[in-house]
Ligand binder design. Sequence first.
Ligand code: 5RP
Length: 232
Amino acid sequence: MAHELEKENAADAAMDYVEDGMTIGLGTGSTAKFFVENLAEEIADGLMIKGVPTSEQTRQLAESLGVPLIDIEQVDRIHLTVDGADEVDASAQLIKGGGAALLREKIIANASDLMVVIADPSKQVEMLGQFPLPVEVTPFGYTITAKQVYDALCRAGVLKPRIDVRAGPDHQPLVTDGGNFILDCQCGIIPDAPKAAALLAHVPGVVEHGLFITNCRVVIIGSEDGATVFEY
Ligand code: 5RP
């Protein structure tokens, strides 16, 4: 699998942010999986933490590894969230949602004292937009919502975005953990990500979008022999 060692090294470096007694948001995806596995090893050695999974996929992984979980509704404070990203720019702005978990990922990141992103170098970009931007929408009226998402992206300066409804393995629209659909928006370049985020947030039917503008304060990029930590 491509970039496995780099992902693993990024996840290892994220362990420096973990402290006994923390409630920790557990990200979704192949990079976050390494972090959950690290936690499980440390828990077996006596680390006391509680995890808040950002997806049903991560919930199942954590449960299978014996990581104690707590329902988000029972949580007062999330000290730390460690998650992957599909793109990260030099200002720690992100595109997330390649794994269709962006809604829970954003709720949990936003509620966390600190969000740490772990990634391999292929995720670093000068400008966001090469990775199709996921936008989670209600199934009701999604074709109308898609047109308004198109208009919002154009108003944010994106040139001729192309919008596809993400399909699941059954070739029907993929249904997220929250019961919604995902619009994958091919943008090429998103010239003003904060503006795009603000405009998308105002489209009726948009539940959440995959632009994480101010959430992330630490980015860890793994390499074959270690990791580089960027703190913002
Ligand atoms: C899931 C996500 C993931 O963090 C993102 O897709 C990166 O995944 P991976 O670590 O497998 O490349 O946002 O919704």
